[in-house]
Design a protein around this ligand. Sequence first.
Ligand SMILES: Cc1cc2nc3c(=O)[nH]c(=O)nc-3n(C[C@H](O)[C@H](O)[C@H](O)COP(=O)(O)OP(=O)(O)OC[C@H]3O[C@@H](n4cnc5c(N)ncnc54)[C@H](O)[C@@H]3O)c2cc1C
Length: 512
Amino acid sequence: MHIDAKLIPDHSVIEGDICIIGAGAAGISMALEWINTPYNVILLEGGGFDYEPAMQDLYRGKTTGQRYYPLESARLHYFGGTTGHWAGFCSVFDPIDFEKRDWVPYSGWPIKRGDLDAFYVRAQRNLDLGPYEYSYEYWRENDPSLVSLPFDPNAVFNKMWQFSPPTRFGSKYKDTIVNAPNIYLYTYANVTDITANEHASAIKQVTIKNLAGKQHTVKAKCFVLACCSMQNARLLLASNKQAPKGLGNDHDVVGRYFMEHIEIKSAEMWFPDPEQLKLYSIDYGKTKVRAELAITAEKQREHRILNGTASFSPLEAARNQPAFIDIWKSSDPKERAKAFGKFDETERKSKSSNGHNSFQLFTRIEQAPNPNSRISLDTETDALGMRRAMLHWELTPLEKRSIRMIYEIIGRQIGIAGKGRVRLMEYLRDEHDDSWPEFTGGGWHHMGTTRMGTDPKTSVVDANCKVHGISNLFTAGASNYATAAAPNPTLTLVALTLRLSDHLKRSAGIFV
Ligand SMILES: Cc1cc2nc3c(=O)[nH]c(=O)nc-3n(C[C@H](O)[C@H](O)[C@H](O)COP(=O)(O)OP(=O)(O)OC[C@H]3O[C@@H](n4cnc5c(N)ncnc54)[C@H](O)[C@@H]3O)c2cc1C
């Protein structure tokens, strides 16, 4: 059922069993799980069904520290959320990503990779991916033309990726949600405040507002915050009537440990003869699977480095492509997304049927969890009177050292095999230089602002995504990530959301 919150009487009181805040990849995945259950589910979406500049402006905010994209164009604020923009790259986290690594401060999750396996299988379906298979051997058996470069498997392996069409949650799931008898989707229902009981140990209700000037109250037994990493933190921090530092923020952790994937050109790879390398190449919209080069867990341990991958494209094309951080500058995200089209076109034109001698190597690497890298609240307010989010993005020397080592390992392997040579880019050559070049960018992957853990002094939610100290408030999405791993976040955040949904169903007697 769909209700436009602009059209109902002002100061309406809406009641249900479970209230999901935000209808993007996480919120819609959660709502789909509850269709045809005996529970009334209220799904609150701040925007409407389409892009609107005034809604998008609610996302505007300052950035400091490492150069970043304008916040209002790095996410989308309407039904379907940022899946209206995503590129569909998907892969799974590795077991080491969940471990405590003594060389990565604040690493370690309270769950293991194995705890997510069953949910990855289901998440694959939500994102229209293929079978839950991420081993190179599986895909090679299906397609013998996917030939690997000759690496020692104890050092470098083929990390497989699958590609979603990409699934636009707004268009794909709209009818299912709107026609579900027990899902009450409210659009133009921006949550601006979460009200707890006197001791801030349980949530009673949330306030929703819209640009038509209407304000309503939503009461439920259980609340799930699913409005993206930046908004999850912003809402908790802004809800400070019963808890002066914000909800779940007794230890000043909410908003901290913001993480991105650093995505950056890093090296060149040269071969004496032209190479096709089909296994590693991508044709946007057509390729179902490809590999990136990754460093084994053993080598990561030995060299005490972060997890990252290397992808490559013909050098000729890559040289003509400006970094996204240089072109993704305007506040209109639709305008910026056209950059993807130009990127594809240059890459397509550069493809030669004879293969290529030289390739640009691109890194995608996890950012080490860092309490100084954070979302906080500005004094400036948005059109609904809510304090705007501010991002301070801060990297550490470990990220740069890890990138350098990744290419040393890959380069050594290519050399040992007598295959070719890898040349580091200038900015990586001096191991004493911790600075980052101007073209350092992120992948629009926002993670870690309500991180998962057992200790409330360094985490916001527990292993079941429940906010520490608050009995009926949960967070869904990549804000829960304790570490970022190398893969893009959406597949894992959907898997984690399905796990949360099952947990809530098991606890239904308590919560709903
Ligand atoms: C250009 C681009 C390319 C990307 N490519 C990839 C990729 O290839 N692979 C990948 O894995 N990921 C990719 N991503 C990231 C991916 O889009 C996100 O990981 C994913 O959409 C996050 O899902 P979410 O549900 O947490 O947040 P969102 O999808 O952003 O959804 C949040 C929802 O909450 C709503 N909302 C926000 N605040 C409120 C409020 N106060 N009250 C009510 N509702 C609210 C929003 O309107 C929105 O609908 C990309 C992102 C961008 C921008």
